[in-house]
Design a binder for this molecule. Structure first.
Ligand code: SAM
Ligand code: SF4
Length: 329
């Protein structure tokens, strides 16, 4: 719990900073300073953190990255989390390229749900944004996930003006027959190349306005703590959600703890203060030491992402990260 009474029962873990795609708002094409293998947390370290976090009250785990399906021991990581007393939900955020092949094994290992990132349904635009081909693979991955019977399948769409703002209707159409949630996410300024500054930003209120124009009779629905607004188009099986990732209007109900691929706790996406959990793990720290660091890191969480962004405390070391792959989306 923190000073503002927020309770953190959801741990997001970046299991690698590597990726098979190069989304323009996330990674540069070249010159990436990837973590060395020994800098990444090992499987034993990750599962130890999960055990301790579960004893403190964490119930939900999300594996992310980078691309978590590139991690060779992802099945063991899922199995280990699913066998941890107290953990009742294991989720994964993926670009979906490898899902067709892996969905069934992932489900068998204990994965409950997947969030698949897909910003366009158009092959040429997909190539532009990810600098790779693959839209058909991602859509096949989505179908495989639905057939596998995950309890939750969601599609993450980073909404960008002049890029996919003309595809809102096509994405909503995906929810017609499939019980998925399509989530439009505001672009965030976390890429070293600052695509963010090129006029692509498409804010929450504008996305909502455009959606309402297209679908005037959207019905309010319920969703997760990350989702600012949730709707359902009449007669549609799935839902549509908006995530105010930049406007930060949902910080008061934040329930998330982040662990970076190199083992740092971040109590907010916008904070540049990190708490070195890896050092505690590798310097012989006891379970109580690990628990204490988790509790302290979350107790120090500021009121919202704006305060976190504006914090310039000279007494702490600030870590500027160049990509969401390092922090974990
Ligand atoms: N590779 C996986 C994927 O793409 O789903 C997991 C990691 S990715 C960093 C997690 C999420 O962060 C994705 O949905 C991605 O679109 C989102 N993301 C990355 N950079 C972003 C940015 N600058 N603004 C908003 N969302 C971003
Ligand atoms: Fe890779 Fe995901 Fe970043 Fe795209 S958003 S480059 S798929 S980590």
């Amino acid at each position: 719990m923190d000073q503002f009474g927020r309770v953190f029962d959801y741990l997001r873990i970046a299991v690698t900073d590597r990726c098979n795609l190069r989304c323009i708002y996330c990674m540069p094409e070249e010159g990436i300073d990837f973590a060395r293998n020994e800098q990444l947390l090992s499987r034993a370290e990750i599962l130890r953190v999960i055990r301790i976090a579960a004893r403190l009250g964490v119930r939900k785990i999300r594996y992310t990255g980078g691309e978590p399906l590139l991690r060779k021991d992802i099945l063991e990581l899922i199995r280990g989390a699913s066998q941890t007393p107290g953990i009742d939900s294991i989720q994964l955020t993926t670009n979906g390229i490898f899902l067709t092949d892996q969905a069934a094994e992932l489900r068998q290992a204990g994965l409950d749900g997947v969030n698949i990132s897909l910003d366009t349904l158009d092959a040429a635009k997909f190539l532009k944004i990810t600098r790779r081909t693959g839209v058909a693979q991602v859509l096949a991955g989505m179908r495989a996930a639905l057939e596998t019977g995950f309890s939750s399948v969601k599609i993450n769409v980073v909404a960008m003006r002049g890029f996919n703002d003309d595809e809102l209707g096509d994405f909503v159409a995906l929810t017609k027959d499939a019980p998925i949630t399509v989530r439009f996410i505001e672009l965030m300024p976390f890429d070293a190349h600052q695509i963010w500054k090129t006029g692509r930003y498409f804010g929450f209120d504008m996305i909502r306005k455009d959606l309402m124009n297209l679908f005037p009779d959207l019905i309010p629905a319920t969703g997760s703590a990350t989702e600012g607004l949730v709707f359902q188009a009449p007669g549609h099986a799935g839902k549509v959600a908006l995530i105010p990732a930049y406007t930060r209007s949902i910080c008061s109900t934040c329930n998330r703890v982040r662990l970076t691929a190199d083992g740092q706790i971040r109590n907010c996406l916008y904070s540049t203060t990190e708490h070195d959990l890896r050092a505690v793990l590798r310097n012989g720290g006891s379970d109580e030491d690990v628990a204490q660091l988790l509790k302290t890191a979350m107790w120090l969480k500021l009121k919202d992402g704006w305060d976190a962004q504006n914090e310039h405390d000279p007494g702490v070391t600030h870590h500027e990260r160049e990509s969401m792959t390092q922090i974990g989306g």
